[in-house]
Design a protein. Sequence first.
Length: 207
Amino acid sequence: MTHATGKQLDDRRSQHSGRIGKALGDVRDRLRPHGSHPAADSETPSVKDTRATQLYEAAMMAARAALEPVEDAFSRSPQPPEAPARPLHKDTLLMRLAQDLAGAARQRDEALAWEAIDRLCSELETRGIRVIHFDPELEPERQTHLFKFHGAGDDPSPQLEELRPAIAVEVTTGAHRSVLAGEVRCFSSAGAQGDEADEEEEGDTPS
């Protein structure tokens, strides 16, 4: 290698290193907080940590900016159509049950009504829907996720009467997720005893 050739290589290296240094300087200037000056670079550990954090944040911002067009493209892609809900009147079994219940009410036929109600509950259960009645043997706190309680809740031992059962679906864990909350009426046991006494007095025949 001649002296001229070596000088040309050194010149090229100096040109490349100058361009790289200028590019790095531009990056540092952009990431440097406002008010700082290049001459104030003391290269202390805290300054280096700050620059590393700034470079990391700048890289994350660039990545987010690059992902935005991809997200927009996915958002504009056609979504699969939702399965149309089956009209209720096409469910022949449920329509037959409704017909039987309406007929039983019209005819005041208690036996037909009870039969239709039992068939309705059985049909719902085959579809994963359960009719859950309030259990007076359990503490009310264990059933608050299924029932709403109305009335004298401050009584230490209230009387409880189910107004409506709860409708729930069974989830994978075996528990039940409420679909329609049931309703329970709470009334004071003392008030219930008073009502019974009033009924007895009204039923007594004066001598």
